[in-house]
Ligand binder design. Structure first.
Ligand code: CP
Ligand code: NVA
Length: 309
């Protein structure tokens, strides 16, 4: 069988993403109120080890994958790239070949997407994208799970993205084409997402609108999503922050959306910048369900790469 990598959502496709979300809902319900480190009853990844490589900071991705492996009956090894020979110049190809001899899967958080492609090309075990400068597919599995849990059916859903056209938005766009929802992007000129992702979404049948008017993007939306204005590895450029300010998710902007609209943010948040305190702490915000769902989503992504879904 060919190795299943999860570098982007399209590696799995819409049916597999739907299966992951269904599996996550079932597994989450089956272990409600259990001690968090207790393995699921069937321990489907017993004996399996995931190696994680971090070239950037992480709280949610790191802990959710570690706990996911424990709950699936396996275990994880967490490595900072700077403490590996990778950080001293050992090649990605050799790192991939060595780790493939010792562990069952590799997750990496890195900068240049070409690095994860090279890792996957040289690995003989599954490679999972824990965020690159280009995309963040694991986040979107958790986001879609959260929306479904809160009663939002995906087909035809109107999702408004406000702010920077970044890695997380790229994966939202990829999901739109696969799961048939629509995205209105409100962002300043010069900070649009990569047109390749808009084209992918449209080719999948999604309606994608791009506007420089924040209220127009939010108007009538079912979901409002934002993210940091300065992603890891980017400069805190004053010009960018000033350009982003009209796209802040605040009460006036939220009022443009449907009354039962949800607010999503992958976290970490910069309260007072991309979102105000009243919104992220308010009744429409589901950001901590979203964060918890990183754990449940990772478990189903792991089961998929191992051919269990
Ligand atoms: N949302 C997310 O990926 O969080 P971390 O950077 O903490 O992993
Ligand atoms: N866009 C953010 C997401 C962090 C989880 C970043 O890349 O820093």
């Amino acid at each position: 069988m060919t190795v299943r990598h999860f570098l982007d959502l399209s590696d799995a496709g819409g049916d597999a993403i739907a299966a992951m979300i269904g599996d996550a809902i079932d597994r989450k319900a089956a272990r409600r109120d259990w001690a968090k480190g207790k393995p699921d009853a069937d321990a489907p990844l017993a004996g399996h080890v995931l190696a994680m490589i971090f070239e950037k900071s992480s709280t949610r991705t790191r802990v959710s994958f570690d706990m996911a492996m424990r709950q699936l009956g396996g275990s994880a090894i967490i490595m900072e790239a700077g403490s590996m020979q990778l950080g001293r110049g050992e090649s990605i190809a050799d790192t991939a070949r060595v780790l493939s001899r010792m562990v069952d899967a590799i997750m990496i958080r890195t900068d240049d997407h070409a690095k994860i492609e090279e890792l996957a090309a040289n690995a003989t075990v599954p490679v999972i994208n824990g965020l690159t400068d280009r995309s963040h597919p694991c986040q979107i599995v958790a986001d879609l799970l959260t929306l479904i849990e809160h009663g939002k059916a995906l087909p035809g859903l109107e999702i408004a993205w406000l702010g920077d056209g970044n890695n997380v938005l790229h994966s939202v766009l990829e999901a739109a084409g696969l799961m048939k929802f629509n995205v209105r992007i409100g962002c300043p000129a010069g900070y649009e997402p990569d047109p390749e992702f808009i084209a992918i979404a449209r080719a999948g049948g999604a309606r994608i609108d791009v506007t420089q008017d924040a209220a127009e993007a939010a108007n009538g939306a079912d979901v409002i999503v934002t993210d940091t204005w300065v992603s890891m590895g980017q400069d805190h450029a004053e010009a960018k922050l000033a350009a982003m300010h009209p796209f802040q998710v605040n009460a006036a902007l939220m009022a443009q959306a449907k009354p039962d609209a949800l607010f999503l943010h992958c976290l970490p948040a910069h309260v007072g910048d991309e979102v105000t305190q009243d919104i992220i702490e308010g009744p429409q915000s589901v950001v901590f369900d979203e964060a918890e769902n990183r754990l449940h989503g990772q478990k189903s992504i792991l089961r998929w790469v191992f051919g269990q879904l």
